[in-house]
Structures are given as C-alpha cells and as structure tokens.
Design a protein around this ligand. Structure first.
Ligand code: FAQ
Length: 323
C-alpha cells in the first residue's frame, strides 16, 4: 500500500506536469489551478509593484489638476488620474487572487519596503510635463503592457487588456498637449522641449535594467509572464517615438540616436544606470515626497475604511436577518 506521504509526492508531480502543460500550450493559469510557489511569488512581486506604480503615479500629475490651463485640460487630467487609481484597483485585485491581502501590499508600500516604478520619482515643474508624461511615460507603459495582456496568469492578463485601452487614450492626450505647445509661442515650444529632455531618459529606464543585468527576465519569459526582454521593448519604444517626435517637431535628447540598418535596431547612447540605481535605492528627486504623501493619504483615508467596514457589517447583519 502507498504511504500517504508518497501519495502527496505523486499528486504534486501530476500538478506540476499539468502546470507545465498549460504553459507549453500557451494557455492561461487560473487562481483555482495548482502553481509552483516561485511562479506565485513572481506574480505577486510584479503585479503588486505594478499596482503601487499606478497609485504613486497619480501624484506627479495630480500636482497640476488645480493649475491646468483650461477647463477642458482640467477635466481630461482629472479623468486620467482617476483612471490610474482604477488601474491600481484592478491590479491589487489580481494580486489578491494569488493569496496576498490588499492590507499587506499597502503596508509594504507605505513602509517603503515595496518597489514601484522609478519614473514616478521625478518632478513636474511645468504644464508641459503633463504632455511629456502622457506621451513618454504612458507610451512606455503601453509598449511594456500590451504584451502583458497575454501573460499566462489569467487575472493579470485580463486586467491588462482594460488598462491598455485606457493607456492608449492617455498617450494620445499627452501627444496632443505637446503638439499644441509646439505649435504655440517660442516660450511654449521651449517648455515642451525641456519637458521631453527631462522625461526621455527616465522613460527609457522604465523598461528595467539591460537584459544581461535582469535577474528575473529569463524565468518570467519561460513562464509566459513576460513576452519580450527589457531591451527588446526599449528598442520598440524608441522606434515608436522617432516618427512621432518628427511630427511634433521635438528633438529626442540623444545625439547618438540613429537607425542601424545592418542590425535592424536603433543605436543609442548608454543609459545612465547609476541614476536608475540611485532612484531605486530611494535617492531620486522625489522619492521621499512620494512616500510621505502616500502615508498621509493613507492616514487621512482611515475614516473612509472604517465607514466602509461598518457599512459592510450592517449589510451582512441585514442579510442574515432576512435569511
Ligand atoms: N522601476 O529582473 P528585472 C505606468 C526592478 S505603470 C523600479 O528586469 P522584471 C502607468 C525589478 O522590479 C509603470 N524598479 O525585473 C502610468 C527587479 O526588482 P525585484 C509600471 C524596477 O520584473 C502612467 C529589479 O529591478 N509598470 O507607467 C524598474 O523582470 C502614467 C530587476 O529587474 C509595470 O510595473 C523600474 N523601472 O522586469 C501610471 C509593468 N525596472 O522585484 C501613472 C509590469 C526594474 O527583483 C501615470 N512590470 N525594476 O526586487 C514589468 O513589466 C516588469 O516588472 C519590469 C521589470 C519590466 C518593470
């Protein structure tokens, strides 16, 4: 007779084989399915970092809501910032299906233990930064996130489909802000160019370290979470920007940027990875401010959480009484 311990080994091996089959067939893994611990952990890491990025990412733009140059621009910017909050919620919900609670993720963020995208630690001194964020930051997000719609984990891929639809509107509104400024006065053109100069390199860093220094890429690609490497996506992004920059009349701030016909890719200057690592270590231009504001917002929102919990408790009591 097989001992219970042996039986569980057989079951684990069968579950592992089923998981590997699903990945090999490029099918989706759903929350009900068995998955290796490392797969679960990788997804929690990436999805929670992504969710935190959306939530912290509201700050640089909300800085301009009260100072938008027209009612139309204010309405658009408010809608965009609200969309980012929505993206955060879809992503936290997707991460929760993997067994981590929203409270735990929030706690990791406000204690400064969780990563979020480096890009949101840069400041927004002028209105043109709203254009540069939409065009460059949302543009980079789309390049990175469209392939994530096919991520092997079902709840993540489905959240990304909805997010990408909204991101493409965001990217276009950023392009349109910059285009309008570039068709304006000399001072407006200068403001637009300076914002592009500020955001171009940090936007390239959003894709993560170069492939030979990206510890997670190989495994994430083997699991069909990531579909392209960091450098491949960076190249794709630059290829998307070049013709759009020409239409607008802005210059991408890289004197070495040139199409390499032989290698079918763009040659470009070396990215300042020291700056990237400084930002990741918490020493970027606005890291401290972003976390301080997030903590404040969390404390200020305590009464909302309490009221919602109390409402839920009363509703549950009512339903019990009816049943
Ligand atoms: N910032 O081995 P890899 C948005 C970390 S949302 C900070 O290459 P991986 C929308 C990485 O986590 C923007 N950390 O890692 C919006 C890892 O650290 P760990 C966010 C970074 O996961 C627009 C370590 O470096 N998007 O913009 C960064 O395979 C406007 C080694 O790196 C997503 O999160 C970085 N830039 O690839 C909102 C997309 N890059 O965890 C508001 C989903 C790398 O081992 C306004 N995420 N790191 O301690 C991904 O696609 C991937 O996670 C990457 C990194 C590509 C970000």
């Amino acid at each position: 007779m097989t001992a219970p311990a042996d039986l569980s080994v057989v079951e684990d091996a069968e579950a592992q084989a089923r998981f590997e089959d699903l990945i090999a067939q490029d099918s989706r893994i759903e929350p009900r399915d068995w998955m290796p611990d490392a797969y679960r952990k990788t997804l929690i890491r990436q999805i929670s970092q992504h969710a935190h990025s959306e939530i912290i990412g509201m700050q640089p733009e909300s800085n301009w809501i009260s100072r938008a140059p027209s009612l139309k621009r204010k309405a658009i910017l408010m809608a965009k910032v609200q969309d980012e909050a929505g993206h955060g919620l879809y992503l936290y919900s997707a991460a929760q299906t993997l067994g981590i609670s929203r409270e735990e993720m929030t706690q990791q963020l406000i204690e400064g233990k969780a990563k979020y995208s480096s890009i949101f630690n840069y400041t927004t001194p002028t209105w043109a930064d709203m254009g540069a964020i939409g065009w460059l930051v949302d543009g980079a997000a789309i390049c990175n996130q469209v392939p994530l719609c096919r991520a092997s984990y079902g709840p993540y891929g489905r959240a990304m489909i909805r997010i990408c639809k909204e991101e493409s509107f965001h990217q276009r509104q950023g392009f349109e802000i910059l285009l309008e400024l570039m068709q304006g006065t000399e001072a407006q053109r200068r403001m637009a160019q300076e914002a592009v100069d500020r955001w171009y390199w940090p936007a390239l860093m959003m894709f993560g370290p170069p492939d030979d220094q990206s510890p997670n890429s190989a495994q994430s690609m083997a699991w069909n979470i990531k579909r392209f490497s960091n450098d491949e996506l960076r190249q794709r992004f630059v290829g998307m920007l070049v013709p759009q920059a020409e239409v607008m009349g802005v210059t991408l701030p890289d004197p070495n940027l040139k199409w390499n016909e032989a290698e079918q890719r763009y040659d470009m200057s070396e990215i300042d990875w020291t700056e990237f690592h400084e930002v990741l270590a918490g020493r970027g231009p606005a890291n401290a401010e972003r976390l301080r504001r997030r903590r404040e917002a969390h404390e200020e929102g305590a009464w909302v959480r309490e009221a919602a919990a109390e409402y839920a408790r009363k509703q549950a009591l009512k339903q019990k009484a009816v049943a």
